[in-house]
Design a binder for this molecule. Structure first.
Ligand code: CTP
Ligand code: CA
Length: 227
């Protein structure tokens, strides 16, 4: 008989998802990172599998179980994540950039543990911008249907639409991270999805339930996508 997957809205489609934070090494015992838990990206991976897709999840450091039937590729830094994405993007139909990629990394990674200098009360670490993985995917040819996330604390709609246009992507999922009950590290999330001609708001729900609704919306838009 037919499996549930065989009737799914993403049956036969290949999906690559990034999730979690990245860690940017400072020295052998220290790094720069952020509060992303990876829960939203893992929930999307599970929802895409449920919808019939074959799913590769490129995950930064996070303490989460791999959803069933998902191919997981673990990475640490933004450069590692870009490398892993580039190795899996070739036959990908849909790319979802859910990771909280560190925007910058230290210019130099000290090979030995950095020591406090006794006569200095201040110290500075020079940073350099990381590549924008999502924007890079959107420039590939053939380009997959590309979905981004935007974490904002203010002017959510304006900044989300800016990113949609600047990165040349098809959909952007925006959440207001100034509300601590949703978003980063929370089990719940509320988002608004923007595309060039419209938008759709999703009320607060679990990340699992939201992920299923997002996958449904992504599949609807993907159907009409011309590369
Ligand atoms: N992103 C990425 N690579 C980066 C930075 C961000 O792929 N180096 C992706 C994220 O996965 C997300 C989207 O870009 O899908 C937006 O991330 P966000 O941090 O909200 O936007 P930025 O473009 O980094 O801008 P800013 O942090 O200044 O708001
Ligand atoms: Ca950023």
């Amino acid at each position: 008989g037919h499996s549930i997957q065989a009737t799914g809205v993403l049956h036969g489609r290949s999906v690559v998802i990034t999730a979690g934070p990245t860690r940017e090494a400072i020295d052998p015992v220290r790094y720069l990172s952020n509060y992303s838990s990876g829960k939203m990206g893992f929930a999307l991976a599970a929802a895409a599998v449920k919808a019939g897709a074959s799913v590769t999840l490129v995950a930064g450091p996070c303490q989460l179980a791999t959803p069933a039937h998902v191919t997981r590729v673990d990475v640490v830094s933004a450069l590692d994540m870009q490398q892993a994405v580039s190795e899996h993007i070739a036959h990908c139909d849909i790319f979802i950039g859910c990771a909280a990629v560190a925007d910058f990394r230290p210019v130099q990674v000290a090979q030995q543990k950095m020591k406090k200098q006794q006569d200095h009360d201040h110290m500075a670490i020079e940073l350099v911008k990381n590549p924008d993985i999502l924007a890079w995917v959107a420039t590939q040819s053939p380009t997959p249907f590309t979905v981004g996330f935007a974490a904002e604390t203010n002017e959510v709609a304006k900044y989300a639409r800016d990113k949609l246009e600047r990165k040349g992507i098809q959909l952007i999922v925006a959440n207001d991270v100034s509300d601590a009950t949703i978003g980063f590290n929370s089990d719940n999330n509320a988002v608004t999805v923007y595309w060039p001609e419209g938008e759709k708001a999703f009320a607060t729900s679990t990340k699992e339930s939201l992920a299923e609704n997002l996958v449904t919306l992504i599949a609807e838009h993907y159907k009409n996508f011309k590369k």
